[in-house]
Design a protein around this ligand. Structure first.
Ligand SMILES: NC(=O)c1ccc[n+]([C@@H]2O[C@H](COP(=O)([O-])OP(=O)(O)OC[C@H]3O[C@@H](n4cnc5c(N)ncnc54)[C@H](O)[C@@H]3O)[C@@H](O)[C@H]2O)c1
Length: 255
């Protein structure tokens, strides 16, 4: 198994890509710490992992709070003694926020969860990975780490692509610094994927057809397809891979 005895902490594990990743990692022998701000959702994922025969712990909290991010890492250490892998999958889009939110409040919250939350989790995890002799961090970027939203979205002031672009730069910067400490840092760049994050878009048939047409493969991704790429990047199969972004996007970025 590819993650035998690896302690893996996954934020945003209550849903979508984080949940699929938790299930796949557990099936590959990892001890999985499921973390999410949504307790009910985290409990469901943990139950699914347990029922599939995996080893699991839970830590609830909002990754944008400095003390909470540190606590999530410490609870992982308390439960499993070490930390080898961190997957930062907690993330939101402007669509997650109330439609009457002020534009700058939307900007601040999306940057806070996507970028600052990723930073805080990395900050607390790195010393523990060093203590374990090395590790691997995987940040959820996006195709929007590389390109802006299509003009049809009419959303030039949307913070999401900006937050994801910054995550790629955080990934590169950390990778350069941490390589000598045996910690690899990479980024995944999924195309539009069928999760609750995109539900409000995909339930509209016209928008769904538009999004499908933007991907050369003519469809959206599935969370399990993203999880398989995550497994590759955090496992020893990718032992010489750091500071990079892997597109899992049905060809979106190839155009
Ligand atoms: N679905 C897509 O099309 C897509 C494409 C590219 C990248 N991504 C990225 O992948 C990651 C996972 O997205 P998903 O599609 O699985 O979304 P999702 O909405 O299904 O899951 C995200 C999870 O993050 C949790 N979360 C939100 N804010 C949090 C906070 N402050 N602290 C802790 N947990 C928090 C949510 O409760 C939820 O369980 C995100 O970073 C997203 O930006 C998604």
């Amino acid at each position: 198994m590819r993650l035998d005895n690896k302690v893996t902490l996954i934020t945003g594990a209550g849903s979508g890509i984080g949940r699929a990743t938790a299930l796949l990692f557990a099936s590959e022998g990892a001890q999985v710490m499921v973390s999410d701000v949504d307790e009910d959702a985290a409990l469901v994922t943990a139950d699914m992992v347990r029922k599939s025969g995996g080893t699991v712990g839970i830590s609830i909290g909002d990754v944008t709070e400095e003390g909470t991010a540190a606590r999530i890492v410490q609870q992982t250490i308390t439960q499993f003694s070490q930390l080898h892998v961190l997957v930062n999958s907690a993330g939101i889009t402007a669509r997650n926020l109330p439609s009457d939110s002020k534009p700058f409040d939307v900007w601040r919250r999306v940057m806070d969860v996507n970028l600052n939350g990723t930073y805080l989790m990395c900050w607390s995890a790195v010393p523990e990975m060093e203590r374990a002799g090395g590790g691997s961090i995987l940040n959820l970027g996006s195709i929007m780490s590389h390109v802006g939203y299509p003009p049809q979205f009419k959303s030039g002031f949307n913070p999401y692509p900006v937050s994801k672009g910054a995550i790629l730069q955080l990934t590169r910067n950390l990778a350069n610094d941490l390589a000598s400490r045996n910690i690899r840092v990479n980024c995944l760049a999924p195309g539009f994927t069928e999760t609750s994050l995109t539900e409000s878009l995909t339930k509209d048939r016209e928008t769904l057809a538009f999004l499908q047409s933007r991907h050369p493969m003519g469809r959206l991704g599935k969370p399990e397809e993203i999880a398989h790429a995550a497994l590759y990047l955090v496992s020893d199969d990718a032992s010489f891979v750091t500071g990079t972004s892997l597109a899992v996007d049905g060809g979106y970025l190839a155009q």
